[in-house]
Design a protein around this ligand. Sequence first.
Ligand code: ADP
Ligand code: MG
Length: 192
Amino acid sequence: GVTRVYGKKETRFKALEHVSFEVPEGSTVAIIGKSGSGKSTLMHLMSGLDSADEGRVVFHGKNVQEMKRKEAEKFRAREMGFIFQSFFIEPNQSVYQNVMLPLEIGRVKLSARKKMVMEALESVELADKSKARARDLSGGQKQRLAIARAIVHKPKLIFADEPTGNLDSATGEKIIQLLFSLNKTMGSTLVI
Ligand code: ADP
Ligand code: MG
């Protein structure tokens, strides 16, 4: 039953009104609609990046909206992966450092980190670029880096907001195949 209203008075805009649905665990769900129809807004609410004005977002029995900020951050870092266009990589850091970030936020044991980062980079075929600066990657490589960062901690739930938006169709096809194969191999729920 989520509602999200942006702005006030003459700029007031109701982006979502009493939206209700359920995403079964392990499924792949595509949110489809015209530009401006509220897809990104919905994904921001689902992932706890933004709060609904009305309604509840429940993940594994927990109301994401009611969590304290610190708790919500830790929860997201451990259970969710994000591939958002506005949520991009750190350009001046290395590919390796970018993928390491969620493990630092999620307080993963130091001894386990290197193996997890390299596995994620291998799954998107970027292991040979681990020392490169993120800004020096091509568009498709950056998108694959964003995916590696989103999956490095093997999240239960992956959000991808128009993950192929800026890519040519061949590269886009590869990214989509990669995301679907992750859903199969890791059993992650995938929301695109
Ligand atoms: P989509 O992702 O489907 O293209 P969005 O969720 O980004 O759509 O936007 C839905 C509507 O909400 C659009 O009309 C947009 O202009 C409006 N909107 C989005 N973010 C804001 C904001 N921060 N302030 C005001 N209006 C916004
Ligand atoms: Mg959008």
